[in-house]
Design a protein around this ligand. Structure first.
Ligand SMILES: *Cc1c(COP(=O)(O)O)cnc(C)c1O
Length: 254
């Protein structure tokens, strides 16, 4: 019985991956984009290594955690299955060495200069570089992390001077709302930043990637130019913790 249940859960993951990929393809067709331009990133918070491997073995190899603790817990179980690790959660500076040990190749949630400086110090001493995205709080919701839009360009300029950090893109979490226009506005704002930053032609800065769109709003994000959509629930099922557990300004938690 338990085993049957498990097999069914694994089947669900494969079926859901197919559904999401179709959704991505459709959104691309609708907006005259090539589906190859949009990568599916698996947001794996609360998902067991065993279940993550189902997706990795099916060829979906871009994954991301929100919490360093979970990243560390799953690291050994996943390290022999090829994949790329991004980090998408609020990162405390005292956890930097842990994410480097766990082979995170890109921090999508760089949202303050203090974090950039500490990353740079550590990377310099280890003779390493890392990719980063600047996370922008496009929704203005206080409950979400990310640099305030007014300060985003300034942060990019400052980070660009740290030569161990390779700025590759921007990340945002859209407004949680059933009002499509309001959600779309968040993604448009990120796209505008991308264009503005590109026009500055800063050395050491490429902003080709736009990481935006999740289970509930990935189609809108693709229409507005997303190159990475981050999907959890629609693939792995509902989580026990609400997202506020991960996103709250309640820094004691994060
Ligand atoms: C959890 C999470 C996602 C995925 O959210 P779903 O709604 O489960 O698809 C995407 N981005 C971030 C930053 C997350 O924390």
């Amino acid at each position: 019985m338990a085993r049957k249940q498990k097999q069914r859960n694994f089947m669900d993951i494969l079926k859901n991956l197919e559904i999401i990929q179709n959704q991505i393809n459709l959104a691309c067709t609708k907006s005259n984009r090539n589906p190859n331009e949009v990568k599916l990133l698996l947001a794996t918070k609360t998902v067991s290594a065993e279940r993550i491997k189902i997706a990795l073995n099916a060829g979906y190899t871009l994954i991301a955690e929100n919490r360093v603790q979970e990243l560390k817990e799953k690291y050994n179980d996943l390290k022999d299955t090829p994949h790329t690790n991004h980090f998408i959660g609020h990162l405390q500076t005292n956890k930097i060495k842990d994410i480097l040990k766990c082979d995170v190749s890109c921090v999508e949630s760089l949202d303050r200069y203090e974090l950039a400086e500490k990353l740079h110090q550590r990377l310099s001493s280890e003779n390493k570089t890392i990719e980063v995205f600047i996370q922008v709080n496009t929704s203005g919701e206080e409950s979400k992390f990310g640099v305030h839009p007014d300060n985003a360009i300034d942060l990019v300029k400052k980070v660009s001077q740290l030569n161990t950090l390779k700025i590759k893109g921007l990340m945002t979490i859209g407004l949680f709302s059933s009002d499509v226009d309001k959600v779309r506005k968040c993604f448009r704002l990120l796209k505008q930043f991308q264009q503005e930053i590109a026009s500055l032609q800063l050395p050491n800065v490429e902003v080709n990637e736009l990481s935006m769109g999740m289970s509930g709003d990935l189609e809108i994000a693709i229409e507005e130019g997303a190159t990475i959509v981050r999907v959890g629930t629609a693939i792995f099922g509902e989580r026990i913790y609400p997202d506020s557990f991960y996103w709250n300004e309640n820094k004691n938690n994060a």
